[in-house]
Design a protein around this ligand. Structure first.
Ligand code: PEP
Ligand code: MG
Length: 568
C-alpha cells in the first residue's frame, strides 16, 4: 500500500494509465537488416496514422491555421529523403532504433544551424515528429489524455492545469500523482470535476505499470496495488457507502444555510469556466464565489482570449447563475499557471514573482480587455470583480482605477454597464491581511485565498509534498490573520468571504462561522456537506470556540477543539 494525500474524495478501482513521457535510451543491437527494415516500415505507417488521428480529434477545437501544423508534420514524416537515409543506415548494419535516432538528430541539428528563423523553428517540428517515430520504432507509448477511450485511473508525476483540463470525465475514474498537495491546482480541478484524486503519493510512478489494477481510496489517501478479491470487495463496499451518503445530502439542496440560532451565511461554488456552473446549481450553491478566469486564458491556443470570447464566457456564467452573485477573479496567471502563447520571464521563484495583478498592472492591454468584457457582461446578472494577489493599497487603487476608466469609456460609447458592480480583492498575501482594515476603506469586499495565504505565511510551497505538513489552515497564526481580515472588512461595513480550499473543509467550518465569515466558496461537491454542518451548530457557541482557537498554540489543539464540537 502507498500513502498519499486525499485531495478529492471518492473511491475508485481500475486499470492504470501512466502519463509519462518515454525516455529514449538506444541500445545498439546487431539486428537482421530485413527484420529491422520491417520494424521501421511498420513504425512509419503507425506514426502517420497516429498523427492523422490526433488531427481528427483536434478538428473540433482548433482553427484551420492550427490544424495545418498537423499537415506539415505529415509532410515531414512522409519525406522520402528522410526515410531513405534511415533505410540506408539499416542496410549498412545499424538497428532500426539507432538509424532512426541518428538520422533524426542530424536533421534537427541541420535545421537548428540555419540562419533563417523560419527553418530554425522547423527544427522543433522535426523534433516532435521524429520523437513519435522513434517511440514507435522502440515500441514506447506516448501518452495522450485525449485519446483515452476506456475507464482508467491516471497515474502521473504531476498533472499540469492543462493536462487536467483535457481529462475526459467519462473515462477518468480518478488520478494519483507522485507530487503535489491538497491545494495544488490539479487537486482543485479534481474536486471541481468530481474525480477522486490522491496526490503526493511518493513512489507511485516506480510501483505501477500500464494496465496494473489499483484501488485508490481518496477518502483515506491510500493506494492498494494489485488488490486481492477480498480487498476489491471491501473497497467496492466503501465506494458504495460513500456514494449513498453523497446522495442522502441532496435533501439539503434548497435548504437555507443557517445556524441553529438563526445566523445566515452564503455557501457558494468555485468554478473554472461556464461548464462548471451546472455543478454549482445542482449542488445548491447560492452563488459563485470564485471564477478562476485563468482557465479561459490557458485553454486559448494561440493568443490571449479576445474581448468577445471573454464576454461570451462571463455572460454565460452570469445568466447560468440566474441573478445570483458571481465573483469573477481577474487573470491570476504565472506561478505554475503557464500560457502556450506567452513566455514568462525566467525567475528563481515564480510563485513570488511576476504574476497575477503584478502581470496585469504591467500588461494593461491584457487587463483592459478583460475588464471591458466584464463590464459589458455585467448587465446579465449580479457581478462582483476581484483582483488576485493584492499586496499593497496602491496596487488595489491602481487596478480599481483601470476598471473605472474602462467602465467610463464604455458608457461614453453608449454601451450599458451595470452600476452595481462590486469591486473587491483576494486576501492571500499576509501583508494584505494585516492591513485589512485600511484596504476595507477602498474595497467593497474581501475573499480570503487560504491556499496562498497559508503558503506565504508558512513559507511552504503549496506544490511540494515534502513540506505539505505545513499546510495548516487551522494553525492559530492563520486563524488570527483570518480574524484580522474579517474584522477589518466588518469595521467598514463590508462583507468577507473565503474561496481557498479551507472554506470547504468540514473541520474548519465551525471556527470560520465563529470568526464571522459571511460567505464560504468551495468546490461545488463540498457545498451540501458544509450546509449540513452549518445547520447543526450555533453561531454563539462557535464564537466561543473561535475565541479559544485563536489562543491555542498548535493546529492539533485547534483540531481537538473542533472535533469536540463536531462529535458532541
Ligand atoms: C487561494 O490562493 O486560496 C485561491 C483561492 O486562489 P488559487 O488557488 O487559484 O491560487
Ligand atoms: Mg491564490
Amino acid at each position: 500500500m502507498l500513502k498519499g494525500i486525499a485531495a478529492s474524495s471518492g473511491v475508485a478501482i481500475g486499470k492504470v494509465y501512466k502519463l509519462e513521457t518515454p525516455v529514449i535510451n538506444i541500445v545498439d543491437r546487431t539486428g537482421n537488416p530485413a527484420e529491422e527494415l520491417a520494424i521501421f516500415e511498420n513504425a512509419l505507417a503507425k506514426t502517420i496514422s497516429d498523427i492523422e488521428k490526433v488531427k481528427e480529434r483536434a478538428a473540433g477545437n482548433l482553427s484551420e491555421e492550427e490544424l495545418a501544423v498537423f499537415d506539415a508534420h505529415l509532410l515531414m514524416i512522409q519525406d522520402p529523403e528522410y526515410a531513405s537515409q534511415i533505410k540506408a543506415q539499416i542496410e549498412g548494419g545499424a538497428c532500426a532504433d539507432k538509424a532512426t535516432k541518428d538520422v533524426s538528430d542530424m536533421m534537427i541539428a541541420m535545421f537548428e544551424s540555419m540562419d533563417d528563423a523560419y527553418f530554425k523553428e522547423r527544427a522543433a517540428d522535426i523534433k516532435d515528429v521524429s520523437f513519435r517515430l522513434i517511440c514507435n520504432v522502440m515500441g514506447l507509448v506516448i501518452p495522450d489524455l485525449t485519446a483515452i477511450d476506456e475507464e482508467v485511473i491516471i497515474v502521473a508525476e504531476d498533472l499540469t492545469p492543462s493536462d487536467t483540463a483535457q481529462l475526459n470525465k467519462k473515462y477518468t475514474l480518478g488520478f494519483v500523482t507522485e507530487i503535489g498537495g491538497r491545494t495544488s491546482h490539479s487537486a482543485i480541478m479534481a474536486r471541481s470535476l468530481e474525480i477522486p484524486a490522491v496526490v503526493g503519493t511518493a513512489g507511485i510512478m516506480s510501483s505501477v505499470k500500464n494496465g496494473d489494477v489499483i484501488v485508490m481510496d481518496a477518502l483515506a489517501g491510500e493506494i492498494i496495488l494489485n488488490p486481492s478479491d477480498e480487498e476489491r470487495a471491501a473497497y467496492e463496499e466503501k465506494r458504495n457507502s460513500f456514494l449513498k451518503e453523497k446522495e442522502a445530502l441532496k435533501v439539503l439542496k434548497d435548504a437555507e444555510s443557517i445556524s441553529i440560532d438563526g445566523h445566515k451565511v452564503e455557501l457558494a461554488g468555485n468554478i473554472g469556466g461556464p461548464k462548471d456552473v451546472q455543478g454549482v446549481v445542482d449542488n445548491g450553491g447560492e452563488g459563485v464565489g470564485l471564477f478562476r478566469t485563468e482557465f479561459l486564458y490557458m485553454n486559448s491556443e494561440a493568443d490571449f482570449p479576445t474581448e468577445e470570447e471573454q464576454f461570451e464566457a462571463y455572460k454565460s456564467v452570469l445568466e447560468g447563475m440566474g441573478g445570483r452573485k458571481v465573483v469573477v477573479r481577474t487573470l491570476d496567471i504565472g506561478g505554475d499557471k503557464k500560457l502556450n502563447y506567452y513566455t514568462f520571464p525566467e525567475e528563481m521563484n515564480p510563485f513570488l514573482g511576476y504574476r497575477a495583478i503584478r502581470f496585469c498592472l504591467d500588461r494593461k492591454d491584457v487587463f483592459r480587455t478583460q475588464l471591458r468584457a466584464l463590464c459589458r457582461a455585467s448587465v446579465y446578472g449580479k457581478l462582483c470583480i476581484m483582483f488576485p494577489m493584492i499586496a499593497t493599497v496602491k496596487e488595489f487603487l491602481e487596478a480599481k482605477a483601470v476598471f473605472e476608466e474602462e467602465k467610463a469609456k464604455l458608457l461614453a460609447e453608449g454601451i450599458a454597464v451595470s452600476d452595481s458592480i462590486e469591486i473587491g480583492m483576494m486576501v492571500e498575501i499576509p501583508a494584505a491581511a494585516v492591513l485589512a482594515d485600511e484596504f476595507a476603506k477602498h474595497a467593497d469586499f474581501f475573499s480570503i485565498g487560504t491556499n496562498d495565504l497559508v503558503q506565504y505565511s508558512m513559507a511552504a510551497d503549496r506544490m511540494s509534498e515534502k513540506v505539505s505538513y505545513l499546510y495548516q489552515p487551522l494553525n492559530p497564526s492563520l486563524l488570527r490573520l483570518i480574524k484580522m481580515t474579517i474584522d477589518g472588512a466588518h469595521s467598514q461595513g463590508k462583507w468577507c468571504g473565503m474561496c481557498g480550499e479551507m472554506a470547504g473543509d468540514a473541520g474548519a467550518a465551525p471556527v470560520l462561522l465563529g470568526l464571522g465569515l459571511d460567505e464560504f466558496s468551495m468546490s461545488a461537491t463540498s457545498i451540501l456537506n458544509a450546509r449540513k454542518i452549518i445547520r447543526s451548530i450555533s453561531k454563539k457557541d462557535m464564537e466561543e470556540l473561535a475565541n479559544k482557537a485563536i489562543s491555542c498554540q498548535t493546529e492539533e489543539e485547534v483540531k481537538e477543539l473542533v472535533d469536540s464540537v463536531l462529535n458532541h
